[in-house]
Design a protein around this ligand. Structure first.
Ligand SMILES: *Cc1c(COP(=O)(O)O)cnc(C)c1O
Length: 229
């Protein structure tokens, strides 16, 4: 049987190979283990194998897992859509939010971040390939949103995130990821000190690393296929 530790090792090897091919330093690419639908025990196994950063999509599920794993020093990233009535739970429990696509949500998170915690790390979610139904801000609106979010006292703007549609091959994945990279560069050139480009998942992390990803979000390749809900 392939264990979670084995699969984590395989993902680290993929990241190392992709960064070597891109002429990048492997230390510049963080691995976020996406543990949505996984049991707390699976997270424990990943942690025992050295993994400390985990991503959750569903706020309620994430909050329960965070509570069940309080004894471990883990970093928790919210990578799913956030409704207004869930911002308090997110502000109180998570360390990062990748899915800021409206100022209102960022304002609530800032206002509700407990004073004893460090500012909440946030990324602007950009929609580079989808229709209006998809979450994420249009590339043309990302800089304006980033400027406003950067003013908020209790969040810290760290970067840009995107969830492109699955691509059929490396070149098309690369070209979509490069659009996200373009938005990231635009915001940096405007003077906001971003350090995080959150792109790449199990199927396309090589293309994302070639495009400049600094954080890949990997679920299936670590924890196995999820049961469809
Ligand atoms: C589920 C999910 C991932 C991980 O996807 P895999 O294909 O399982 O690696 C990454 N990012 C987000 C936002 C997700 O919802």
């Amino acid at each position: 049987m392939t264990t979670i530790a084995d699969k984590l090792q395989q993902v680290h090897e993929r990241i190392a190979q992709a960064s070597a091919r891109a002429g990048r330093n492997v230390a510049d690419i963080a691995l976020l283990a996406v543990s949505k639908t996984c049991s707390p025990d699976a997270v424990r196994q990943a942690h025992a194998a050295g993994q400390c950063a985990f991503g959750e999509n569903y706020v309620q599920e994430g909050v329960e897992k965070i509570a069940a794993l309080r004894d471990l020093a883990l970093q928790w990233h919210c990578i799913g859509p956030i409704q207004s009535n869930k911002t308090r739970l997110v502000a109180e429990n998570f360390d990062w939010v990748h899915t800021i696509d409206r100022l209102k949500i960022a304002e609530r998170l800032s206002a509700q971040r407990p004073p004893d915690k460090a500012p909440l790390n946030v990324c602007i979610q950009v929609n580079v390939d989808g229709g209006t139904a998809k979450s994420g801000v249009a590339p043309a609106d990302a800089l304006a949103l980033a400027r406003e979010v950067a003013q908020l006292p209790r969040v810290r703007l760290r970067g840009v995130m995107s969830i492109p549609e699955p691509a059929s091959d490396f070149e098309s994945a690369l070209s979509v990821h490069q659009k996200v990279r373009g938005v990231f560069d635009e915001i940096r050139h405007a003077g906001l000190p971003l350090d995080t480009l959150s792109i790449g998942m199990s199927a396309d992390l090589e293309a994302a690393i070639a495009a400049g990803s600094t954080m890949v979000r990997v679920g299936t390749a670590i924890f196995g296929a999820r049961n469809k809900t």
